[in-house]
Design a protein around this ligand. Sequence first.
Ligand SMILES: Nc1nc2c(ncn2[C@@H]2O[C@H](COP(=O)(O)OP(=O)(O)OP(=O)(O)O)[C@@H](O)[C@H]2O)c(=O)[nH]1
Ligand SMILES: [Mg+2]
Length: 392
Amino acid sequence: MNKHCCGIVINDKVINIVLKVYSNQNLLIVTHLNKPGPLLLVTRESFQNGFNENNSVFTIKALFGHVESEVCAAARYIAEHVNIDKPLLLSLALEDYKLKTLEAVVAALVIGPPSSGKTTYCNAMSKFLESLGRKVAIINIDPANENMEYTPAVDISELVKHEDIMEEYGSGPNGALLYCMEYLETHVSWLIARVLNLKDHYLIFDCPGQVELYTHHKSVSKIVEKLSENLIKLCSVHLVESHHCSDPGKFLSSLLLCTTVMLRIGLPHVNVMTKFDEMKKYSEHLPFNIDFYTEVLDLKYLLEQLDDDPFTARYKKLNAALVSIIENYSLVSFIPLDISNEELLLKVKNAVDKANGYVFGGNEPQDVQTLLACAVGATSATERVSSLDEYV
Ligand SMILES: Nc1nc2c(ncn2[C@@H]2O[C@H](COP(=O)(O)OP(=O)(O)OP(=O)(O)O)[C@@H](O)[C@H]2O)c(=O)[nH]1
Ligand SMILES: [Mg+2]
């Protein structure tokens, strides 16, 4: 057993380092504060199936204490730079985590029910961001993706093919899709290694539309967890179609879906109401103003609507209970989007950049005013979205 202790001075601050080498793991304590910080176990993943990539993939488990995402990022950074060959027990207590430590790939995970406009959004948003000078790559993790109008930088079909699974196991499209997502979960190092090769890009993940993947199946949340452990800073962008506003029951179910997905995936989250250009079609079925639906205002009015409808009136108590869950969490509001309207795309972009932190660390020049405005959710005069009146 070897043990090394030292104190070094960086920028006038003493940093104490203790390294203990055991036969099956190493212990490393790095502290600015004269006491150890939270304890993490960092292990390097071995690649499965012979995928040979340059980037290392790590699993980071908190063993003791509260671990912030920046501590996780710093742990991964250290593990990569000290080139660990056996598990590393790491305790970090730093005064600040410098930008270099936190350098991460920033990404948006585009999710939502079938046909809500995910693939269209990925294509349009990537073009829009490119027109602003951002380097964008789309990662397709929908094994049954049809009508891709973009060329993905990484495509799940290189790893596993949906039609092959259907043929091999005689399963239907949904079963094969779940199999593919579970396969991706077990081979997530394949995905991470490829994504880390795109470090200078902003990433958009195009995901499948099966809602069970986001409400109770575990693969997507496990994949997200692994990506987050490996310097990929994600937020989820959840798309819901605007036609759900035309029926109080459908609107309630959308609110419930959004709340469940937000709690289940556990990422910073932006809800987007898509196909706003189609809102006019339902305008006679909209008893409330648009902001009632986008801001999710007082839901007692929605409850009244549900109680007036002979079909949903039968479930009075259930409706009231569901509404109270949504109101108690109070997490859901929507940003409207019509894919052909650049002003609305800009509004969604700003919300997503704030959620995944791109605005604070991206490659685009940001002045202090833009940063502060973004942080408090304000929009500048040039960014202000024109009225939504044209949509009703
Ligand atoms: N009118 C209108 N149509 C849209 C908009 N966004 C998407 N669509 C249409 O909605 C349909 C479904 O869009 P997709 O992008 O394939 O939806 P998706 O969520 O990727 O679908 P799945 O991957 O099958 O779950 C397509 O016909 C799109 O052209 C929009 O803003 N307005
Ligand atoms: Mg799609």
